[in-house]
Design a protein around this ligand. Structure first.
Ligand SMILES: [Zn+2]
Length: 250
């Protein structure tokens, strides 16, 4: 699964002309999904996303949403309301790119943990085995377990001072809702991992606004393998990474 592909002609022309394409964000989002999940998704048909098994999902429900509603009841299109920024943040994030997840979409990809649909696909892998980081469980659906294994192999070779951020992992699979909401957590799909809580900063507990202790080397490795980082959210969760290849790359 590649996360780096050539951009569409329209984007190239717009970029060359220094223009923002009106209405391009939604088309671009669906293109990103189809590129990121080529074995599951087939094509766009008007306002519908067509799956390889024939299932159809509405792309844009036509409802104008507040920031809260974008998180609570997003359509497919809304998942791309905020672009996921490249590079390490130089200023505190002011949006939540990737925190918006359409529930039906992710349940179809990975199963419904409330109905037992995720646990049967969980695989246990060694986390940083050179450093005896223990075992973590992710889904084998879409090869997410293999992607995390590739992340783990690279992290395992980082200079020793960086290892303390990574082990022990604070958890992977967990069938729960996001604290303070009714939205399923990415942990319930088996696509997320939390690093060492000792170096974690979380918006709900933070008194003084945005703060991060996670070094950029770690973020860069995760992103290169398709995992986004909760440290790029205004509602920051700096120990959290989840597999969202549609938000990475061009
Ligand atoms: Zn997490």
């Amino acid at each position: 699964m590649s996360v780096s592909r050539p951009r569409g002609l329209a984007q190239l022309i717009a970029a060359a002309a220094g223009l923002a394409l009106s209405g391009a964000a939604s088309a671009d989002g669906v293109d990103r999904l189809i590129r990121a999940y080529p074995d599951q998704l087939d094509r766009r048909d008007g306002n519908e996303l067509i799956w390889k098994d024939g299932a159809r999902m509405t792309i844009d429900d036509g409802v104008k949403k507040s920031r809260e509603d974008l998180l609570a009841k997003p359509d497919i299109d809304d998942m791309f309301a905020y672009p996921y920024p490249t590079g390490f943040p130089k200023t505190p994030p002011d949006a939540d790119p990737g925190r918006i997840r359409n529930e039906a979409f992710f349940k179809k990809l990975y199963g419904d943990c409330q109905a037992g649909g995720v646990t049967k696909q969980l695989v246990s892998i060694d986390w940083l085995p050179r450093h005896k980081g223990g075992r973590v469980s992710l889904t084998r659906a879409l090869g997410v377990d293999k992607r995390l294994k590739a992340v783990s192999d690279e992290l395992d070779s980082l200079p020793e001072p960086l290892i303390r951020y990574l082990i022990p992992s604070a958890g992977t699979y967990n069938c729960r809702v996001i604290a303070g909401t009714t939205q399923p957590s990415a942990h319930g799909y088996g696509i997320a991992i939390d690093l060492n809580t000792r170096f974690s900063d979380y918006w709900r507990w933070s008194k003084g606004g945005y703060r991060n202790q996670i070094p950029p080397e770690i973020v860069e490795i995760f992103e290169r393998h398709g995992f986004i980082w909760g440290g790029k959210w205004a509602h920051f969760d700096t120990m959290h990474f989840e597999f969202r290849p549609e938000l990475l790359g061009d």
